[in-house]
Ligand binder design. Structure first.
Ligand SMILES: [Zn+2]
Length: 188
C-alpha cells in the first residue's frame, strides 16, 4: 500500500497541501489518478496487482465505468486474460453501449481508478447484472472512503485513504489563514 502511495506522489497524482476541489469543498489531499496512469508501465503494474487478488475467481470479463476506469480496467483484464468492456452514461444512466453484451452468468469483475462514494461502481454493477452478468467482485487502485463504502459486491483496493473534504467554514487550513489552491493551477 505504501509503495502505491509513493507511485502516486512521484507522478504528482497525489498532492498534499490545501486544495479547493471542484465540489467546492476543501481538502488537504488532491488525487488525480490520470497522472499515474499516463505512464503505461505504472498502469500495467497496478493492473497486475489488482488482478492478483482475483486469479482464483475465474474472471471472464472486466468492466469499468468510463472514463476514469478505462485504463486500469483494461490492464486488469490483460493480466487476467479476460475480456474488457465499459459502461458509460446515457441520459444520466450508466449503460452498456457499443454493442457490448454479456452471456448469462458470465463471471465479471468491476474495476475503477478510485472509489469515493462508490456511486459509479454501484451503478456499473447494476447495469451489468441487468445484462445478465454474475458480478463476483469490485476493485479500485485507491479507496478514499476509509473502507466504508459498500458497493453490493466484495471489494478490494490497493491503497486506502482517509481524506476528509470539508466546507470552508470547517477547514483547519483556512482557520490558520492559508489560502486554498485550485488543483491544476498549482505552480511547480
Ligand atoms: Zn480551506
Amino acid at each position: 500500500m505504501e509503495d502505491v502511495i509513493q507511485k502516486f506522489k512521484a507522478t504528482g497524482a497525489l498532492l498534499e497541501g490545501h486544495f479547493l476541489l471542484t465540489s467546492g469543498l476543501h481538502s488537504s489531499l488532491y488525487l488525480q489518478c490520470a497522472l499515474v496512469l499516463q505512464h503505461p508501465r505504472e498502469a500495467e503494474e497496478l493492473g497486475r496487482r489488482i488482478a492478483e487478488h482475483f486469479t482464483d475467481k475465474n474472471i471472464q470479463v472486466v468492466a469499468s465505468p468510463a472514463i476514469g476506469g478505462l485504463i486500469i480496467g483494461h490492464e486488469v483484464a490483460r493480466a487476467l486474460g479476460a475480456r474488457f468492456i465499459w459502461t458509460e452514461r446515457q441520459d444520466g444512466k450508466m449503460t452498456l453501449r457499443r454493442g457490448f453484451s454479456l452471456s448469462p452468468s458470465e463471471r465479471t469483475l468491476v474495476v475503477e481508478d478510485v472509489v469515493t462514494t462508490g456511486g459509479s461502481t454501484r451503478e456499473t454493477i447494476e447495469a451489468l447484472r441487468d445484462a445478465g452478468a454474475d458480478v463476483v467482485g469490485a476493485a479500485s487502485i485507491i479507496d478514499r472512503s476509509s473502507g466504508r463504502v459498500d458497493v453490493g459486491a466484495p471489494r478490494i483496493a490497493l491503497a486506502t485513504l482517509n481524506v476528509p473534504a470539508v466546507e470552508a467554514a470547517d477547514c483547519e487550513a483556512c482557520a490558520r489563514g492559508e489560502a486554498p489552491v485550485k488543483p491544476g493551477s498549482r505552480k511547480q
